[in-house]
Write a protein that binds this ligand. Structure first.
Ligand SMILES: Cc1cc2nc3c(=O)[nH]c(=O)nc-3n(C[C@H](O)[C@H](O)[C@H](O)COP(=O)(O)O)c2cc1C
Length: 244
């Protein structure tokens, strides 16, 4: 396995950080690596918010489904899908310009998230741990206000970063499914998709009643949950604001 592959395999989410700051040159290297990511038409349809204000981190730790480690994370980045810059420059140079639509939002979301993943990989290579915070897409109206987001700029991904504690380094990485179960050749394979119960058996090391119990609990925690309801409400509000 070469070094890049080894690092991709080694990386795991880190949620507890040593109490020491990320040096500015390290932060700069991570941000420089993030913007090397591919982007649609090389338009860089994103803006990265570097949240350094402890008060804002504390507020985000509450608004992002009450996750206290956000408040103490030495580095917090929010990757926003951003068509504001391009739309303004189009409008300044052409008489007729259509408004940003859903396709543009999807493209900008992809750009933002791909840049975020570059930051994750770069951070890992520099000895930092990171964790995505999906809940940044909740409470859209609140986050828009807190972060001063104009129309056509919406949060796509948030990352907490810092030097991992020893305990985090020794924590095992959650196991993955087999590549053969996740890759379908030339088109969607419903038979492979129906292997999901067996995939979960292997991944979780559980069978029968124990596996059923795991699935029920997981569904309650991740699917039938208040946070996922809020995420859908918030994302609908985000789309409405984008299309206004
Ligand atoms: C889009 C996305 C959102 C996530 N949101 C959270 C989150 O809000 N809180 C958290 O602790 N982990 C979050 N994670 C981390 C996942 O739980 C983690 O990636 C997954 O369990 C696999 O573990 P690993 O990253 O250690 O391999 C998120 C990951 C992704 C990709």
């Amino acid at each position: 396995m070469n070094e890049a592959l080894r690092q991709l395999h080694d990386r795991k989410s880190v949620r507890v950080y040593e109490d020491r700051p990320v040096p500015e040159d390290v932060k700069k290297a991570i941000l420089e690596a993030a913007i090397q990511a591919p982007s649609a038409g090389n338009m860089a349809l994103y803006t990265i918010l570097d949240i350094t204000d402890p008060e804002k981190k504390a507020k985000l730790s509450v608004s992002c489904d009450h996750q206290p480690f956000i408040a103490t994370a030495p580095m917090v980045l929010i990757f926003c899908a951003d068509y504001r810059r391009w739309y303004d420059v189009f409008c300044a140079n052409l008489d007729t310009v259509r408004k940003p639509d859903l396709g543009d939002l999807f493209l900008a979301e992809a750009d933002a998230i791909i840049a975020a993943q570059n930051a994750v990989v770069a951070a890992h290579s520099l000895g930092l741990g990171s964790c995505y915070i999906g809940d940044i897409t909740e409470n859209f109206e609140y986050h828009r206000e807190l972060l001063g987001l104009p129309q056509y700029v919406v949060p796509a991904a948030m990352l907490c970063m810092g030097y991992p504690t020893k305990q985090q380094l020794s924590r095992p990485k959650p196991p993955r499914h087999a590549v053969s179960d996740l890759v379908h050749e030339n088109g969607y394979d419903l038979e492979k998709a129906a292997r999901m119960p067996r995939m979960l058996e292997t991944q979780q090391g559980k069978t029968g009643e124990e596996l059923q119990d795991y699935i029920r609990r997981f569904c309650q925690r991740k699917w039938n949950s208040a946070f996922s309801e809020e995420m859908s409400r918030s994302c609908r509000a985000m789309v409405e604001a984008w299309l206004k």
